[in-house]
Design a protein around this ligand. Structure first.
Ligand code: GDP
Length: 415
């Protein structure tokens, strides 16, 4: 028995049997032999509000019960209020051609009161898958590369019959440079034929108005007439009005068909008169699966990779340039030296100013002291002068300088 640790990293892949012909065995006609031997990897993402029939359509597309009937979530339960990313893989085989199919579901998209950034976890997931691929490309051994990039994103539009909702426009605008977008009108059986036609026109007008690029099967000049016509027919059905069903019902003429039964009749999934399921499957699985993979690799991934490497390279280049270029290094050193000098000069200026200020203060103080002394001396001299003048007056008037005893009476002076 294998040690449990050896199994730890092996992803669980479900093996499923198909109930009838799906069409990916046509892949060898789309790509060359080496890939045929190795098998194919295809990653499809489904996005849209819950209940729009995403799991049912995937089961219908690949004729396999990839998704089990969902447990209806308890409305009171907190589902985290964010978009979850869940992926499920199955290896399916048809006429000796192996396909490793991964479906990435995004439960929670558009289901909450605030759906403002619900596109973000999806963009993050797509970019993380690109990063993982880029990391493999940088490895020495590139033989066993797994391609988990999202090759197609089926976007489910609610069959309102009006126009695209703001959440649809926001999502498509955020994603159209990252992934092949395939918009579909969900549960088309809930609209009349005329309503579907009108709704399609409005959706296409919205897509054009907002400059959104959706996946279009390219037409090549070398294509034969039949292929060109096939392409045109597919293009004319975009956005595909789809109906999904896991169950077989009896048509009025007795045939057992995949479809949905109503009191007024049966909607057949595989009937091109009833819906565009057949055209969607043809494009996605039978004729353009390789085209979707190529466009993802050559255009969408390549753009992502270039942007990423450029962003990383700019930062790296700057440090390498400095280290290797002596002129740049010298200039940097000179600038540092000049800054140091300027700082020293500023400090010296400050000290000098302080000293001058102190001196000025001192001078002012001694000046004041001098003035005070001068005033004092002046006052003393004035006093002396007055005394001397008094003396002089007395001498001149012949009065004794110091009056004798009883003199007051004699001269009639005093009180
Ligand atoms: P999800 O939440 O988007 O994966 O939706 P489900 O595939 O679980 O489908 C939700 C419900 O819608 C189920 O009851 C399906 O039977 C039903 N349903 C799925 N596809 C269609 C469709 O094309 N038309 C109609 N009328 N009902 C559908």
């Amino acid at each position: 028995a294998t040690a449990p640790s050896a199994l730890a990293n092996v992803p669980t892949v479900l093996r499923k049997t198909l109930s009838s012909w799906v069409g990916f065995s046509n892949l060898p006609n789309q790509v060359h032999r080496r890939s045929v031997r190795r098998g194919f990897q295809f990653v499809a993402m489904v996005v849209g509000e819950s209940g729009l029939g995403k799991s049912t359509l995937i089961n219908t597309l690949f004729e396999t019960k990839l998704y089990q009937p969902k447990v209806i979530p308890d409305p009171g339960a907190d589902r985290g209020k964010t978009v979850q990313i869940e992926s499920i893989s199955a290896e399916i085989e048809e006429n000796g051609v192996r396909l490793k199919l991964t479906v990435v579901d995004t439960p929670g998209f558009g289901d909450y009161v605030n759906n403002e950034e619900c596109w973000k976890p999806i963009v993050d997931n797509i970019e993380a898958r690109y990063d993982a691929y880029l990391e493999q490309e940088n490895r020495v051994n590139r033989l066993k590369m797994t391609d988990n990039r999202v090759h197609a994103c089926i976007y489910f539009i609610q069959p309102t019959g009006h126009a695209l909702k703001p959440i649809d426009i926001e999502f498509l605008k955020r994603l159209h440079t990252k992934v092949n977008l395939i918009p579909v009108i969900a549960k088309a059986d809930t609209l009349t034929e005329e309503e579907v036609e009108l709704f399609k026109q409005r959706v296409l007008a919205d897509i054009e108005y907002h400059g959104i690029r959706i996946f279009q099967p390219p037409s090549y000049e070398k294509d034969d007439e039949e292929t060109a016509q096939e392409n045109d027919e597919i293009i004319s059905k975009i956005p595909f009005a789809v109906v999904g069903s896991d169950t077989v019902v009896q048509a009025p003429d007795g045939r057992m068909v995949r479809g949905r039964s109503y009191p007024w009749g049966v909607i057949e999934v595989d009937n091109e008169q009833h819906c565009d399921f057949v055209k969607l499957r043809q494009m996605l699985v039978r004729t353009h699966m390789e085209e979707l993979r190529e466009h993802t690799n050559d255009v969408l991934y390549e753009n992502y990779r270039t942007d990423k490497l450029r962003a990383m390279g700019v930062a790296q280049d700057e440090s390498v340039f400095k280290e290797t270029n002596p002129a740049v290094k010298q200039a940097e050193e000179r600038a540092m030296h000049e800054a140091k000098l300027a700082k020293m000069e500023a400090e010296m200026k400050m000290v000098f100013q302080q000293k001058v200020q102190e001196k000025e203060q001192k001078l002012k103080q001694s000046e004041e002291e001098l003035y005070a002394r001068h005033r004092e001396m002046k006052e003393a001299l004035e006093k002396q002068r007055l005394e001397l003048e008094d003396k002089k007056r007395r001498i001149e008037s012949g009065r004794p300088l110091t009056p004798e005893k009883g003199s007051k009476k004699r001269f009639g002076l005093g009180k």
